[in-house]
Design a protein around this ligand. Sequence first.
Ligand code: G3P
Ligand code: CA
Length: 240
Amino acid sequence: MSSFHIYGHRGSSGTHPENTLLSFQAAHKAGAQGIELDVQLTKDLVPVVIHDERLERTTNGIGFVKDFLYEDLVRLDAGHSFSSRFQGNSIPSLKSVLEWITSNSLMLNIELKNGRFPYDHLETKVLELLTHYHLYDRTIISSFNHYSIQRLTQNGCKVETAILLMEKLVEPWDYLQQVGANSIHIECGAIDEYFITNTHKRGIPVRAFTVNDPYQIAALKKAGCSAIFTDFPLVAMQSI
Ligand code: G3P
Ligand code: CA
């Protein structure tokens, strides 16, 4: 567990419209070892890559993702709100991102955004796609919804799973076992070397989000963190 990986958070979201194919391609070009993305479900149960439950912040749509059919959602613009330079980029389906990722060797972190709405079929739909594209070996599924992660692990999920945390837990290895998850993804300001060392010692990878400061990235690497998620993968790659 001595390697250290850089994941592009929502792709290269500091330089490109988050969670678009263009953003993922930029992270890849920057040399990142992996990408992180967020998944929600449309009204007709298509997994789509978008962070918010609502469309307004990142697209020209109005309303909830869950109320749109996929064919209507892909017509929206997911680039213009970042910069007019990126106008014309759409919300990608998870399928389209997975198809692209089979052409490279990037690692993938799929975050299930099922905290606010349970999206009953989300876990199954994501697993179906990962099976179809043979991506089990280089994917981590994470969520702030630990019941969702527990459901996956209780159903014999073969993909690595991670719980998302905003704060440290006391003896997280015990909790992790209860959920059945493999690793911890935690807000970077919440961790210290003691937490990383003690968790790592038990064979549990700790990955930190979202880290954009090159000095903090270097410090987390030194402290034994397994990976970080950053909005600026090019800067991060140059800092390690
Ligand atoms: O997966 C880590 C991080 O992406 C979780 O927070 O809000 O950026 O999805 P958020
Ligand atoms: Ca995320």
